[in-house]
Design a protein around this ligand. Sequence first.
Ligand SMILES: Cc1cc2nc3c(=O)[nH]c(=O)nc-3n(C[C@H](O)[C@H](O)[C@H](O)COP(=O)(O)O)c2cc1C
Length: 329
Amino acid sequence: MNLNTKQLKIGNLYINSIVSLAPLAGVTDYVLRKQIRNYSKTCLLTTEMISSEAIVQNQNCKIIYTDKSEQPVAFQLEGHKPDIMAKAANIIKEKASLIDINMGCPINKIVKGNDGCALMKNPSLAKDIVVAVKETVNIPVTCKFRLGWSQDSKNFIKFAQLMQEAGASAVTIHARTRAQLYSGTASWSDLADLKGEIDIPYFANGDITSIEKAKECLAVSKADGIAVGRANMGDVSIIYRIEKYLNENILLPEPDINEKLIMLKNHLDAEIKFRGEENGIKFFRKFYPTYIKNIRGGSEYRYRLVTELNYDKIISILKEILLNGTKKQ
Ligand SMILES: Cc1cc2nc3c(=O)[nH]c(=O)nc-3n(C[C@H](O)[C@H](O)[C@H](O)COP(=O)(O)O)c2cc1C
């Protein structure tokens, strides 16, 4: 380990990185996490949100698949019933380095059921969930939420204090409100108000898409760490490159199209191995646009790729891009 490596202590867990992977439903599956781990050996990875009800009903699903080589990994649970959340935590506790609780998901389907960001409107229930999960597992429990429900109800400071009181060992805050969904820009400066208000570490999240942005976000938010989400789609080296800069002041360039095509193929092959050929290819469709950007003829290539189910033909298209796909001026 580099002597300058920045570390974080989350409960009884030491993480040799201040950069974590933010959870992305339908995206941060075992396969993507492993692609990221091939670069960053130290960052905290996070699963996509896992429905506590589903886990309690059926323990054998792909969403909870992991292996030791991907640790440290946070398993994120979603739900609103303290007893079910605790049962789900109990089922996954051997697999996880820590349990994260989703208190920030803004989508209607989730908040209508009092899950996700709806918990920010019901802090005492949120607290009961943390207490119940904490009582069940002896690994750290963390929470991820937003600035608040809306612009005039930003309660993230009080909410973070309450989660700490309930036993949370760290919090991650997406610097938008629920009302904003994913629009506008993340307000990192709001997060600076949390400094000194809690004793546990906090991760700033939202719109970190480059080394520059990572540096800026840390300075503006005064956060102890950062969580990077969407930027991993199309560049599985981004967390590693941010860490390399923060720890060693080494500025690695963004991968070029050739490197991205190699990342894409490795990722696709691993999804096929994990899900089988047909399901793997179908699942992977969402990733083509994120890997293949800013190249001449990109939209045509992307269209051909997302409509292609034959592996050999997909590989031929990738070779064609490699030969012809020069960067747009
Ligand atoms: C497709 C998608 C899926 C997401 N799924 C989750 C999730 O399962 N759990 C969660 O806490 N946040 C989820 N988020 C929110 C992200 O973790 C993150 O807070 C948000 O994307 C902002 O960070 P970013 O700009 O680095 O992506 C999701 C966001 C997107 C776009």
